[in-house]
Design a binder for this molecule. Structure first.
Ligand code: ADP
Ligand code: MG
Length: 700
């Protein structure tokens, strides 16, 4: 077969299309820069038009020979500096969509072909030199012999051409090596249908395209599909693994471009956004088979649309992502809700706190099983960058993840500093978590912080927390039972219709279907969300601003003049984010008073569930997150003062009985005082120099 491709045809191509680039590279070389350089060839815009696209076709089908020709062609080109363009590698980008292959569709027919794959970077190894031309010295006569390397193991010379000796010493520093790196690319989570495991493929990179990407980046890799037999040496198997020898990388910037939103879609989205009942409609479109939970479903809707991420002129970044936590009894449909959100979020990753990969929730550096290189691997929050991370049983996460989560939720980054790997990965995602209570069931009368295995600092980073309890309530139980039975009955009828002849017709079950069909089709809802996030950036109106301030100051005002405050600045930021999301649902450029009222309603509901001090019936954020209420803290302060005062007389510790007596005079009952003393001791505020005697711990 004859091919068009030849060094001289490539010379012509490069001279015609890339004269400037060639001169630039030549300039660097003449200035003494000896590093390897790329020349990027745009396939769709240039190569496809050259010689009727024949050269492009040949590249796709015979990439090894054609890329060799292209390299030689570059050496033949002229430039104004009159230097030879050594170490100049052609890298082909912007391939036609027809060359795009899904990772799961890679087959033996693709071996040795040039393809384009798209996915998310899951793992990257360190960049390390790899020997391509190894130099040896004969151990007998001292002759130097070089050997081209193709495998992963070093190939020695067979014998010395001068003295036939077979003893050689490897000279690594005199050998020729290139930078090399291996990546693992995984399919986009959003392309997977519920429950499917993402597939991945290894990519080998060499030269100046190493070290360019981080885990979590979305990339297109263009390169040649290779097969390597499984196993080593004599044990090589006929079964092969596929990998990609990367020729070029394109890092994708766009966020929601993966959705094609047609004019027709746009019309329907705008129509929906103008519907007076759009909020109810969206609520009814989230997990319709799950009964009740309208507040939670609204919170999820707001989370999906999200607030506006901001970068201030002083460089401060403020997250727009809304974090929501569902805490509750077993069997109240927490997991079901999360799974449903996985289906409608434009981009989401579902995982459990225990995690299924070594990287767990965040990211980690691990030693690679193949070549022992350190590898940086992304976990769920990095993979969910610019989307939603759904973390079930978040209370069961590992200790490493706990500390990383603080940073991830607020700064939206994950730093890894281990074994020489220093990386800051992006984790700009909204977190929807579900947690079970420590002691089996949720107890309304103790603080949330004491009932779930999450620290107060972590809890306070959630914008909204909801408690789902399974309290017997005859009316509600009946409704729920009917709902679940109807759903199951409908499922039974549908299965029967599908599998055997049946008395039921589509028409007869239509009514029942309507009840559990989402009002807005999930596909359209995903597009709606993507469209809103991409095009709507609402700004606070004056009235909205006033209302937010009024609510915030009002809540803070409840805490008279002493320190503990019911609502903190964190809640204020949450209010703003939620109001932004509410305006986005209407595709509104302006945050109106109705948005603020809506989110005040939901924030209040959340606070009432988690922050009501059972003693006073008032909202107290400190109580929610630390388990110590304002009343308790007031008492703790009083008792501490008391001990301090009495210490002057009782240097070896104030007797317990005396503390009880004096506290009683201040109106604190003995049982309460006893409780508080235990608590204060646990928190390291007081200590016992001897049994039943107390002194205050001073922090100088
Ligand atoms: P959790 O994760 O809270 O322990 P699951 O999500 O596993 O609970 O739910 C247990 C089962 O109970 C699921 O099959 C779910 O559909 C059902 N269920 C519980 N509450 C409801 C509800 N409000 N509406 C419909 N189904 C429910
Ligand atoms: Mg569960």
């Amino acid at each position: 077969m004859t091919m068009l491709s030849s060094p001289s045809v490539w010379k012509e191509f490069f001279q015609n299309y890339y004269e400037n680039e060639l001169n630039k590279i030549a300039g660097k070389i003449s200035a003494g820069d000896g590093a390897e350089k790329s020349i990027q060839v745009d396939v769709l815009s240039h190569l496809s038009f050259f010689r009727e696209g024949i050269l492009a076709e040949e590249l796709f089908n015979y990439p090894d020979a054609v890329i060799e020709d292209a390299k030689k062609g570059i050496l033949l080109t002229d430039n104004i500096y009159d230097v030879r363009l050594e170490k100049c590698v052609p890298r082909f980008v912007n391939l036609p969509v027809a060359r795009r292959v899904l990772i799961r569709d890679l087959r033996s027919q693709h071996i040795s072909k040039f393809v384009s794959i798209e996915g998310i970077v899951r793992k990257v190894t360190e960049v390390r030199p790899k020997v391509v031309e190894a130099l040896f010295v004969c151990g007998n006569c001292g002759k130097k012999v070089s050997v081209w390397q193709e495998d992963s193991r070093i190939k020695m010379p067979y014998e010395c051409p001068a003295c036939k000796s077979k003893r050689f010493i490897f000279l690594p520093e005199e050998s020729v090596s290139v930078d090399s790196q291996r990546l693992k690319i995984q399919e986009y989570p959003e392309y997977l249908k519920g429950g499917e495991q993402p597939q991945s493929i290894d990519v080998y990179l060499e030269g100046d395209i190493t070290g360019l990407v981080n885990p979590g980046d979305r990339v297109i890799i263009n390169g040649i599909v290779r097969a390597s037999p499984r196993g080593f040496g004599q044990k090589k198997l006929v079964h092969m693994d596929l990998y990609i020898e990367g020729n070029s990388i394109e890092v994708l910037q766009q966020e929601y471009e993966e959705f094609e939103i047609t004019e027709e879609d746009k019309k329907r989205i705008i129509e929906l956004s103008e519907d007076e009942e759009i909020y109810e409609k969206i609520i009814k479109s989230i997990a319709p088979s799950i009964y009740g939970y309208e507040d939670i479903k609204l919170a999820i809707a707001l989370q999906l649309f999200g607030g506006v991420p901001k970068k201030l002129p002083d460089g401060t970044e403020i997250r727009g992502d809304i974090h929501v936590l569902l805490v509750g009894d077993p069997g109240v449909a927490k997991s079901q809700l999360l799974r449903y959100v996985h289906r409608i979020a434009p981009r989401s990753v579902y995982t459990t706190g225990k995690g299924t990969t070594t990287a767990g929730l965040t990211a980690t550096a691990v030693r690679d099983e193949i070549d022992g290189r350190w590898t940086l691997e992304a976990g769920a929050l990095v993979l969910a960058d610019k989307g939603v991370a759904l973390v079930d049983e978040i209370d069961k996460m590992r200790a490493e993840d706990r500390s990383a989560l603080h940073e991830a939720m607020e700064q939206q980054t994950i730093s890894v500093a281990k074994a020489g790997i220093n990386a800051v990965l992006k984790a700009r995602c909204a977190l929807l978590g579900a947690a079970n209570p420590k002691y089996g069931r949720f107890d309304r009368y103790s603080a949330i912080a004491e009932q779930i295995n999450l620290s107060p600092t972590l809890l306070s980073r959630f914008d909204l927390i909801f408690v789902l309890t399974d309290d017997p309530d005859e009316k509600k139980d009946l409704e729920l039972a009917k709902h679940i039975l109807n759903t199951h009955k409908l499922g039974e009828k549908l299965e029967k219709m599908k599998n055997v002849s049946s008395e039921f017709t589509r028409q007869s079950v239509e009514m029942e279907i309507q009840r559990v069909v989402p009002l807005i089709d999930p596909e359209l809802l995903r597009k709606y969300i993507a469209y809103a996030k991409k095009t709507v950036f609402p700004v606070l109106s004056e009235e909205a601003e006033k209302r937010i301030i009024e609510f915030y100051v009002g809540m803070r005002g409840k805490a008279k003049d002493n320190s503990p405050v019911p609502v903190t600045a964190r809640q204020l930021e949450a209010l703003i984010r939620l109001a932004e999301a509410s305006a986005r649902i209407r595709l509104s450029d302006k945050i109106e008073i109705e948005d603020v009222e809506r989110v005040i309603g939901i924030v209040r509901k959340s606070l009432e569930q988690i922050a009501l001090d059972p003693e006073t019936g008032e909202i107290d954020i400190d109580y929610a997150f630390s388990g110590t209420s304002k009343t308790q803290r007031d008492r703790i302060i009083a008792i501490k003062k008391l001990i301090e005062e009495l210490e002057k007389e009782y240097e070896k510790g104030v007797p317990e009985e005396l503390i009880f007596e004096e506290a009683e005079k201040m109106g604190i009952e003995k049982v309460k005082t006893r409780e508080l003393l235990i608590k204060m001791r646990e928190k390291g505020e007081i200590y016992c120099p001897r049994p039943d005697h107390y002194r205050v711990v001073h922090n100088y």
